[in-house]
Design a protein around this ligand. Structure first.
Ligand code: B12
Length: 533
């Protein structure tokens, strides 16, 4: 949703007074608070007498630009004021607005065309606001045609279907939604915006009405709004509506806005989120330092943030640095960056095991954030997808061709009933495979009976059971008992997964447990080939 902050508007008494007194700090506070609220554009409307409007707009634009470089939307019907605003703006602003009125077509369109600005287009003409969606659409068709003829693209246009109050016409909402829907259908590249609080004018409890209207309008195709960006309840509705309409991939906009305290009823957690990423980095830095991968001088300072940024500048190209970036990006849910960094690390010869180790550390942090309710199921899923991509990318670099030779033994592996975590298990499968074992992977959520059947048919030397949930311990125990009961052959059992330790091993009656994929390989070497006995 493209938010156009509505507050700097001279038709509001306090703003008019500030313009008159040239009270910069009042205007700058308004600008900054809207930027903090998430405004993408700041509407600037002097609302003063046409003679002084160009000067007033110039002053407003300059005043706002002293404190923020947020895009501006110069709002006036007066071409001279618009020109003054465009000239004063450091970045090409949006213009608000063109309509089907003759004077605006003659005065505003040439300016938008000459400077190539984005443009708000109102669905009205010299006869006023049409009653029906069809008549509004007719005006919009004509104006879009004119704009395109004058060199603007459809994507530069923000059509306002015009919202009138429900207090005087109970069809206002319906007509607005219908107009939005039909414009979106006919011109999919055009943005749709509106001053949505108009819907509630003259009514009590305006906020509730605005929120209901916003959700329905977004459903119809609204993708921008001229609103007060600091209206938290409205923000809640906008983020939720976009998410439930499938416009928020992986729910990341919603969850990120929640963490930053922009939405929801709580105050947000941005501070602790930052600390968290810093903590994950610190752990990795210590490990890398101990392993001699990065220079200890890089991390001599005590402050964690200093350490991370110093490491970045001093060891720009180093292995440790790429790994730190992978951890930070994985914990920060930056999917594309994780992919790029992994490819970069692999092509520059970074040990693939170190990449897996860094990812694992990041996953531990993701899990911790999930526990503390800073992350939610979408983050777990996204983290899972990212890690899967990493392990897929790493696999070819792990293989040294040994998997082609004679097999050292047979191993069955699977994630036990009730558990669908398979990333760790897949890494175990890969490591066993490239170390020369014939592996039958039964997948996830594998019932006892399937293990028993496979144990009979495949004749394994070792069975590995994976599980990340506490709920996996009983299925592990039951699976081992069920296979032993069948007395098929001498089979060793190993278990592994996030929380598994010796206590769980004892509970499940497994022969051994492993903390990582190399443990699985070592156990097989020991049991099947007698190594390390
Ligand atoms: C990614 C993830 C998911 C993804 C899984 C995607 C996938 N395809 O695997 C999704 C989103 C699906 C998911 C779902 C859930 N998850 Co989850 N998930 C995680 C997370 C963040 C990472 C797990 C992971 O892949 N780690 C990376 C790998 C590489 O880990 P690893 O341990 O280093 O793996 C090595 C070893 O374990 C070992 N190993 C693994 N298997 C074996 C087997 C043998 C034989 C041996 C020897 C070694 C071995 O080798 C591996 C490679 O070196 C963890 C948090 C964490 N800290 O682990 C939570 C976590 C495991 N999930 C958790 C929860 C609660 C859930 C859900 C219930 C959430 C929900 N409310 O729906 C569901 C459960 C679904 C189900 N029925 O299984 C909890 C479990 C808590 C508990 N004690 O039960 C955790 C710990 C998060 C938390 N801190 O609360 N999750």
């Amino acid at each position: 949703m493209i938010i156009i902050g509505e507050k700097i508007n001279g038709t509001r008494k306090a703003v008019a007074a500030a313009i008159k007194k040239r009270d910069s700090s009042f205007i700058q506070d308004l600008a900054l608070s809207q930027v903090r609220g998430g405004a993408h554009f700041l509407d600037v409307n002097a609302g003063t007498h046409p003679d002084s409007e160009p000067d007033d707009i110039t002053w407003l634009v300059n005043t706002v630009q002293e404190v923020t470089d947020t895009n501006l939307c110069i709002d006036s019907a007066n071409p001279k004021a618009l020109l003054a605003g465009i000239t004063a703006a450091k970045k090409l602003p949006m213009i608000n607005s063109l309509s089907g009125e003759k004077a605006r077509i003659q005065g505003v369109l040439p300016l938008a065309s000459q400077y190539g600005t984005d443009l708000v287009v109102l669905a009205l003409d010299d006869n006023g606001i049409p009653k029906t969606a069809e008549d509004r659409l007719e005006i919009v068709r004509r104006l879009v045609g004119l704009c395109v003829e004058n060199g603007l693209t459809e994507a530069q246009l923000y059509v306002d279907p015009l919202v009138t109050t429900i207090a005087t016409d109970n069809q206002s909402g319906i007509v607005a939604f219908e107009t939005i829907r039909r414009i979106k259908q006919e011109f999919p590249n055009i943005h749709l915006t509106c001053g949505l609080s108009n819907i509630s004018f003259g009514q009590p409890s305006r906020g509730i009405i605005n929120q209901a209207f916003a959700a329905l309008a977004i459903g119809a195709g609204l993708d921008s709004a001229i609103v007060d960006p600091n209206d938290r309840e409205l923000r809640n509705i906008i983020y939720s509506a976009e998410m439930v309409l499938g416009q928020d991939p992986d729910c990341m906009n919603f969850n990120q806005a929640f963490r930053e305290g922009h939405i929801g009823s709580s105050k947000g957690v941005s501070g602790s989120y930052k600390e968290t990423i810093s903590r994950a980095l610190q752990g990795l830095i210590t490990t890398l330092q101990q392993a001699g991968v990065i220079d200890s001088t890089i991390i001599s300072a005590s402050d964690q943030e200093k350490q991370a940024s110093k490491a970045e500048t001093v060891a720009e190209e180093s292995e440790g640095n790429v790994l730190e970036d992978i951890v930070e990006s994985l914990v920060g849910m930056k999917k594309d960056r994780v992919k790029t960094l992994t490819e970069q690390a692999l092509s520059s010869g970074t040990d693939p095991m170190l990449i897996l180790d860094a990812s694992r550390r990041a996953m531990t942090e993701v899990g911790r954030l999930f526990e503390t309710e800073e992350y939610f199921v979408p983050e777990l899923i996204l983290a899972g997808r990212m890690l899967k991509e990493i392990s897929d990318a790493v696999k070819p670099y792990l293989s040294d061709g040994t998997s082609e030779g004679p097999k050292k033994g047979r191993v069955i592996i699977g994630t036990v009933a009730g558990d669908i975590h398979d990333i760790g298990k897949d890494i175990v499968v890969t490591m066993l495979d490239i170390n020369g074992y014939e592996v039958l992977d039964l997948g996830v959520d594998v019932p006892n009976e399937r293990f028993v059947e496979a144990a009979r048919d495949f004749k394994p030397d070792v069975i590995g059971l994976s599980g990340f949930l506490t709920l996996a311990y009983d299925p592990m125990k039951d699976t081992i008992a069920a296979i032993r009961e069948e007395n098929i052959r001498e089979i060793k059992f190993m278990i592994g997964g996030g929380q598994i330790d010796d206590h769980i091993r004892e509970y499940t009656q497994a022969d051994a447990y492993g903390n990582d994929a190399m443990d699985a390989v070592r156990l097989c070497e020991q049991w099947i080939n007698g190594a390390g006995k």
